[in-house]
Design a protein around this ligand. Sequence first.
Ligand code: PXL
Length: 289
Amino acid sequence: MTHKVYKALTIAGSDSGGGAGIQADLKTFQELGVYGMSVLTGVTAQNTRGVQAVHSVPVPMVEAQLQSIGTDLPPDAVKTGMLLGAEVIRQVASQICQFRWPNVVVDPVMIAKGGASLLQDEAVETLKSYLLPLAKVVTPNFPETEALTGLTLSSREDAKEAARMLADLGTSYIIIKGGHSAETERSVDLLFDGRDFTELDGPRIHTPHTHGTGCTFSAALAAGLAVGRSVPQAAQMAKAFIQSAIEQGLGIGSGHGPTNHWAWNARWTGEEASVWSRAMREERSNAKN
Ligand code: PXL
């Protein structure tokens, strides 16, 4: 290898169903050409119908994983997902400081689609005071924004006020995702850089298969930052990545299915799946010749 290998780390939980959590993150890193690493905070027993069980990894084991990464494989970007409790958050924040990890993206995961809690209520304050000040970007959806700010979001102006409040906590860029907004035709994410607002606009795709969208978006954002893109550039790319992943959903499972992490790199359809990897290889070797 003569070119630099960009590395991204996810600090998050496992989704046995493969659509969210570290599985979504690692698939996204891989698709975007970034070497993926993971620190596991917990394990969920989960499928497209919901979360059947959650089990946390002991904090000293989370610490050991962070040390293993930090002492040998410094990441170019880091994202956090499911953190479960206050003690883990303090540990993660302390190691991010110790190793001076750059490009920290915090996806403030709180509740799974079916209602299972992925962050204890009392840990929200810890997230705000310990982790958000270290973050380059925080990516809450509407319910998470409401939990973090105490505001009720019923208009774009409310979202702007919430973004200003979050910026005051010390995070450089705020992205309030519009997937849960009341808008029926568009899904608009609001990007705030501490001064100006930019809208990341996309069509709303009407589908129940949106499991893991938040994880996938924040992982794509971290991958963009890892390779040196600016936050606005990485955010635009991440928006396009998740849009194609939702549009070309896989249609697996009987509940809220996962998105298609292949979609960005290949026009994937069911019949083509078996020939997909061969076609990709041929394309690559043709491009070289
Ligand atoms: O989408 C949030 C999320 C994050 N991490 C894990 C999850 C979920 C949602 O179900 O299971 C492990």
